[in-house]
Design a protein around this ligand. Structure first.
Ligand SMILES: [Ca+2]
Ligand SMILES: [Ca+2]
Length: 153
């Protein structure tokens, strides 16, 4: 498991394109900082494209939305596929655990329709966790030498 809490400027993932998203102390799920969507105008979208840590098989995160309900949306994508859309006043919520499959990029987006704003007019993400394959101790197959020894009594 790899976690990103946005408490410092070093991230466990690589930001390909921040699109205005940045760490911010205006809201947080844990600690003092979270990842906040950029300030955008009507009809615009702020999208952070992220390359996940090498080997990650799934991702989960906490999110909060404060937007014009049913018009201005927080969305989450794995590869190009939308996984989650939320609008209105949504308090800190833990997302589902999304399998990454072969995808190495995820995106957080906040997009606004053609008019009006409500609340903080932003989406927030914090405590992003990446599931890594569990590390099993390699089981040694019985070696031929060992079984020969065993069969000899
Ligand atoms: Ca935090
Ligand atoms: Ca709007």
């Amino acid at each position: 498991m790899l976690a990103e809490d946005f408490e410092d400027t070093t991230y466990v993932f690589t930001i390909v394109s921040a699109g205005g998203w940045a760490r911010s102390s205006s809201q947080s799920h844990g600690g003092d900082y979270a990842f906040r969507s950029g300030t955008i105008g009507d009809g615009q979208t702020s999208t952070a494209v992220i390359t996940v840590p090498s080997g990650a098989v799934a991702v989960q995160f906490w999110y909060k939305v404060s937007s014009e309900q049913n018009y201005d949306y927080f969305r989450f994508y794995v590869g190009g596929a939308e996984q989650l859309a939320a609008s209105g006043e949504v308090g800190w919520t833990q997302s589902a655990e999304y399998p990454l499959g072969e995808q190495t990029q995820i995106s957080f987006a906040y997009s606004k329709d053609s008019s009006s704003a409500s609340g903080a007019d932003a989406a927030f993400v914090d405590d992003v966790t990446f599931v890594l394959p569990s590390v099993h101790l390699l089981r040694r197959p019985p070696s031929p030498a060992a079984s020969h020894r065993g069969s000899r009594w």
